[in-house]
Design a protein around this ligand. Structure first.
Ligand code: ZN
Length: 164
């Protein structure tokens, strides 16, 4: 669990999920991490589903689709890919909660989080060890910053959350 490059990170870097910008979309964010040279352009498409029992049933906006393009180190690219898997189909409040937990994980110095938080993070816990390398934390957070910015731009998320 303490390794920097977990197999899951390598797999996502090799086979990124959601890569390739898609249309239509509701908001787009472009983020760079100048210390490493990572870039990501991310688009979100939102929907309000009406089916009973789905995240959008009460009118909460749902992340219908995340698409992105980018370049940079394996950690930055794998992190966007894992995030895409995690938040696609989630309600916006749930996605914000997951994002906050991921920021918490990156501030945990490799010690990880409690079980509830790690359940919520799923595959993203593969990045636990990254938090021991301060220079790489920004790489891992890049895609999450892009997602939050896109949700703020789309008018469905607050801009006041604690920044990294
Ligand atoms: Zn990087």
């Amino acid at each position: 669990m303490e390794q920097l490059y977990q197999q899951l990170i390598l797999d996502h870097a090799k086979h990124p999920q959601g890569k390739g910008l898609a249309e239509p979309f509701d908001a787009e964010s472009f983020q760079v991490n100048p210390t490493c040279g990572d870039q990501v352009r991310l688009r979100v498409q939102l929907s309000t589903r009406s089916a009973e029992g789905t995240p959008g049933a009460d009118g909460t906006p749902v992340i219908e689709r995340v698409s992105w393009d980018g370049q940079g180190c394996s950690i930055s690219q794998a992190s966007v890919s894992v995030m895409t898997d995690l938040v696609t189909g989630s309600g916006v409040p749930e996605a914000e909660e997951i994002g906050q937990r991921f920021r918490d994980l990156m501030h945990a110095r490799g010690k990880g989080l409690d079980e509830d938080a790690e359940d919520l993070l799923g595959d993203a816990t593969a990045f636990t060890g990254v938090a021991r390398y301060p220079a790489r934390i920004k790489c891992a957070l890049l895609g999450w910053m892009a997602l939050r910015d896109a949700l703020v731009q789309a008018g469905v998320a607050g801009a006041s959350q604690e920044d990294s």
